[in-house]
Ligand binder design. Sequence first.
Ligand code: C2O
Ligand code: CU
Length: 538
Amino acid sequence: MNYPIDLKRRKLLTYAGASLASAAAFPHLSFAKNIKVKRTASADFHADIEIELKQQVTHVQILKGKKTRVWKVFGKVLKGPNESVVNMTDTYLAPTIHLHKEQKVRIYLRNNLPATSILHWHGLHVPADMDGNPMYAINSGETFVYEFEILNRAGTYWYHSHAHGVTAKQVYSGLAGFFIVSDKEEQALKLPDGKYDIPLVIQDRSFDHDNQLHYSNHMMQRMQGFLGNHIMVNGQPDSVLPVETRAYRLRLLNGSNSRIYKLAWDNGMPMTVIGTDGGLLEQPEQLPYIMLGPAERREIWVDFSRQGLGTNLSLRSTTFNVSTHGMMGRGMMGGGGGMMGRGMMGGRRRGMMSGNSIPLGGDYPVLKVKVNKKSSVRHKLPNRLTTIKPLLIKNADNPAKPRNIELSMRHMSALLNGRSYKMNDVREDEIIPVNSLQLMAFDNGYSRRHGMMSMPHPMHLHGEQFQIVKREISSSHSDYETVSSGFVDQGWHDTTLVMPGEKVTFLKPFNDFKGMFMYHCHNLEHEDMGMMRDFLIK
Ligand code: C2O
Ligand code: CU
């Protein structure tokens, strides 16, 4: 299928718009001229693995009865081991990709959707033009050829649509999947593997009476983010995981548009975290519960050997409070329709309501676990998993002057340093020298200081993983105490939850690749509303 007219027009718009915008913002930069959508394989890139990912509209059996129309990615290995791509049946979920560090991969993305789209490799350190920046989106009928080497250490990464202004809707429709990287160091640890190493993506969706995915786009939803009425695990509602009496490695990904989870075992077992966004921790860490914002990953170790055969337990999301100030209250929606839920008006609420969605901060099951098979395999959790070299403030370019990124919501928009997303609109403070280490901070205190609505924002940066230096909360608030024991700040991260009134300082390396790398809120409704910017690395 080809849409020649549309294609020409869009390209014209992209190129013209791009150079105009950048000329205005930054007359000396000419990067916009280099935007070239890559359509063919390079002769000098010798791929170990070649994968085809085809995006198309299809119907899948998710609920009983009528099938659900979804946007689905179908994967196929063209060269290399077949196990590198695992397709998922009866769900909208994109295939899981398994690759090894140092492998060179070529991925043909074929877009057969009735929309412009592009895929981004979340958490991977790849060249700017391979990163799925929205400026590289391809039209229906087009192919994008990705070529890169896996430079990341072993870890649970993922990929998803990053199309301009419609990321939320496209991810919601199905364009997201796991991207799991292994390496020698990890393999030497002999953690539970094969069917005892389970990636679990948690998402929420709303279905209408016809079993179709429902996504509404009213202002209220865009401000707070989408909240669905079903919790899905690996694209299935009411998930039950059958397990044996032995140890498991569970890789949890929050693939929801906006929902934040506070995950805990309902039988009182602590959560034993062994990994974060960027792979294993130095040592396992035990917490009563873990906070998991959109796009974040936590790997947990769980040993069911002490559970008797027939035991049922579940992973639940338990109650927490988020606070709002001003803004969403009176006035905004003119007296407040039912959809705002009562709590909103008071400026503080347990559970944000939207229609019949499951409230944010409510108490509900996420995954049921059934111990249904005996196993005599005993695994001991190593007390040392890896060595992580700490990044040091004194090695940063700016040890005394962190680059502050102020998060705010005002005038019906979500902003970073007061700015909204615009393609190719790099400002002076968004230019970063390549091969440098930067001290940076996400500051979510602004709105609260100015009496405006304040929300948690799961903040993400493209490119290399960062290390968290500290979390500071402006004035201690009882709401904060309902989440504060659930942060895992050691290890490597590409996304971090920044609560209302909170400031998170981190060290981020920008090595190897020049070009545009995004930073944005991973509440996808906020992202599409403009809570996103580019850094230019040069
Ligand atoms: Cu997971 Cu810019 O995104
Ligand atoms: Cu946000």
